[in-house]
Design a protein around this ligand. Structure first.
Ligand SMILES: Cc1cc2nc3c(=O)[nH]c(=O)nc-3n(C[C@H](O)[C@H](O)[C@H](O)COP(=O)(O)OP(=O)(O)OC[C@H]3O[C@@H](n4cnc5c(N)ncnc54)[C@H](O)[C@@H]3O)c2cc1C
Length: 444
C-alpha cells in the first residue's frame, strides 16, 4: 500500500497550487486510484490539481526534485488504467477548465486541457461551430484526455479523430520543460513530438492548453435504423452505405444480444427475431437529407432489411441515438462484468473477425455481444461474465488471449486493459525524452 507524501512536501505543493489543490486523504487517494477500467486499482501518494500551466510546471519540478513519479489525469473515463499511478502523484486537470479564446473567423478555440468536450460544445452553441471529436464519454472526458488517447467516436468517420482536429498544444514534460507544438509554436523544432503526444497516453508530459480546430456542421442531421435477419446482411449494408453518395457521418451496428438487452430494459418495440440493427446518421440540407433518406432505404431493403425506421416526429432521431448510447449500460444489466474490448480491423474483414470472435467466446461458454463502429472498422466485443468467479475470470482471460492471437493472424489489433492487478507502473520518469524547451515561460 502506498503511503501519502511527506507532510512537508504536501505543504510545499500547497504553497504552489493553493490549499484546495492538493488531496492526500485516504478517501481521495482511493477515488483517484480508479478510472473506467474494470480491473485496475492503484493508490497514488497524492493528487495535485493546478489551475494554470505555471502551477503545473512548478509542481512538476518539485516532484522531480522529490523523485516522485507523476501521471496526468483528466476525467478518468479511460478504459485502460493509464491515468492511475501506484505510489506516484496524480496531476489532475479538474481545475483547468477555462476557455481562453474562441476565434469564430478562423474557426479555432484555445482551451485549458481539463475542459470537458460537451461543456466546450455547449459554450460554442450560439456560434454554430463545434469541436467535432465525439467519444461517447463526451459528457465528462477532457480535451487533454482525448489528446492523450487520440479519442474518436461514431462521427469520426466524417470529422476525423482528435489528431485530425488538433491545431496545436502546450505541454509541461515530465522533466519540467514547457513545449509548444503546432499552432502556437514559434518554430517547428518540436513538431516531431506531436505523434508521440497524441495517442501517447500522457507518457511524455501533461498537456496544459490546446488549440482546437472547430467545424461548422450542416444544420440538419437525421438517422435511419434498419433491422436485419443476419449479421452478414447488416455488415454488408453498412459497407454499401459507406461506398454510396449518402452524406454519412456515423454507421453503427448492434447485434442480437444488444438488441434483446435494450428491448428488455427500455421496451423499444424492436421487431422480433432480428440478429442485427444498423444505425446510420447522415447530414446536409433538407433536400439532401430527403434524397439520402430514400437512397438509404432502398439500399437497406435491397440488402435484406426486414424493417426500417425513419424519424416521424421531433425527438425520434434522439431516441435512435439513445439506443446506441444505452447499448453498454443495457448489457451491464445482464452481467456482473461487461469487459469491452477494442478490436481495430479493416472494414472488409469486419464480418469474418466478428464471427470468429463470437465462435471463440461460445467455445468457452461465455456470452458475448458485439457493438460495432462500422464506419471506422472498430469492433467492440463485450464479454459478459462474473469476474468474481475465478473460473469465469479465467475463461474470459483465455478468450481475450485467443482474440489477441486471431488479431495477430488477420492483421487486426486488440486493445484492452492489462490483466487484473497489472497497473501501469508509477513511471513517467522525468528525463526520459529528448525535447527542446521553448525559451518562453508559461503564459497561463
Ligand atoms: C462510457 C464510455 C464511452 C467511451 N467512448 C469512447 C469512444 O467512443 N471513443 C474513444 O476513443 N474513447 C471512448 N472512451 C474512452 C475515454 O473516454 C476516452 O479515452 C477519453 O478520451 C479519456 O478522457 P479523460 O479525460 O477521461 O482521460 P483520463 O481517463 O483521465 O486519462 C486517459 C489517458 O490520458 C492521459 N491524460 C489525461 N489528461 C491528460 C493531459 N492533460 N495531458 C496528458 N495526458 C493526459 C492519462 O494519463 C491517461 O493516460 C469511452 C469511455 C467510457 C467510460
Amino acid at each position: 500500500m502506498a503511503t501519502a507524501v511527506l507532510p512537508d512536501v504536501t505543504e510545499r505543493l500547497r504553497s504552489l497550487v493553493g490549499i484546495d489543490g492538493v488531496l492526500c486523504d485516504p478517501s481521495d487517494r482511493f477515488v483517484y486510484g480508479r478510472d473506467a477500467s474494470l480491473f485496475q486499482r492503484a493508490e497514488p501518494r497524492c493528487v495535485v490539481s493546478p489551475k494554470s500551466t505555471a502551477e503545473v510546471q512548478e509542481a512538476v519540478k518539485l516532484c522531480i526534485a522529490e523523485k516522485l513519479p507523476m501521471v496526468a489525469r483528466g476525467a478518468g473515463t479511460g478504459r485502460f488504467g493509464s491515468a492511475l499511478s501506484d505510489g506516484g502523484v496524480v496531476f489532475s486537470t479538474a481545475r483547468m477548465r477555462e476557455i481562453i479564446e474562441v476565434n469564430e473567423a478562423e474557426c479555432f478555440a484555445l482551451v485549458q486541457s481539463g475542459m470537458a468536450l460537451d461543456q466546450l460544445n455547449w459554450h460554442l452553441k450560439s456560434s454554430g461551430l463545434v469541436f467535432a471529436p465525439d467519444p461517447l464519454s463526451s459528457a465528462s472526458c477532457t480535451v487533454g484526455g482525448c489528446i492523450a488517447a487520440n479519442a474518436s467516436g461514431p462521427r469520426s468517420l466524417k470529422y476525423g479523430d482528435t489528431r485530425a482536429n488538433l491545431l496545436g498544444l502546450e505541454m509541461v514534460t515530465w522533466d519540467g520543460r514547457l513545449v509548444r507544438l503546432g499552432k502556437p509554436a514559434e518554430d517547428d523544432a518540436d513538431a516531431a513530438l506531436m505523434p508521440q503526444i497524441v495517442g501517447g497516453e500522457g507518457r511524455l508530459g501533461i498537456v496544459t492548453r490546446a488549440w482546437l480546430k472547430l467545424v461548422r456542421p450542416p444544420a440538419a442531421r437525421e438517422m435511419q435504423v434498419a433491422f436485419f435477419g443476419s449479421l452478414r446482411e447488416a455488415v454488408e449494408t453498412g459497407r454499401a452505405v459507406l461506398q454510396s453518395p449518402v452524406s454519412v457521418c456515423a454507421v453503427e451496428l448492434l447485434d442480437r444480444t444488444v438488441i434483446e438487452s435494450l428491448e428488455s430494459m427500455f421496451h423499444c418495440r424492436f421487431p422480433k427475431l432480428v440478429q442485427a440493427m444498423l444505425l446510420v446518421e447522415f447530414e446536409g440540407t433538407a433536400e439532401k437529407l430527403a434524397e439520402d433518406s430514400e437512397l438509404l432505404r432502398c439500399l437497406s431493403k435491397q440488402l435484406g432489411a426486414r424493417e426500417i425506421r425513419q424519424p416521424k416526429q421531433a425527438g425520434d432521431n434522439r431516441t435512435f441515438w439513445a439506443w446506441r448510447l444505452r447499448a453498454l449500460p443495457a448489457l451491464c444489466r445482464f452481467a456482473n462484468t461487461c469487459w469491452l474490448l477494442n478490436v481495430r480491423v479493416p472494414v472488409d474483414c469486419l464480418l469474418a473477425v466478428a464471427t470468429q470472435i463470437a465462435a471463440i467466446a461460445e467455445a468457452h461458454s461465455v456470452p458475448l455481444a458485439h457493438i460495432v463502429h462500422v464506419g471506422d472498422g472498430l469492433l467492440h466485443p463485450v464479454l459478459m461474465f462474473n469476474a468474481a468467479v475465478p473460473d469465469q475470470m479465467q475463461r474470459a482471460r483465455t478468450i481475450v488471449d485467443e482474440i489477441d492471437s486471431l488479431c495477430t493472424a488477420v492483421g487486426a489489433s486488440l486493445r484492452t486493459e492489462r490483466w487484473p492487478g497489472e497497473v501501469k507502473p508509477a513511471a513517467d520518469r522525468p528525463g526520459t525524452i529528448a525535447v527542446e524547451s521553448t525559451s518562453e515561460g508559461p503564459s497561463n
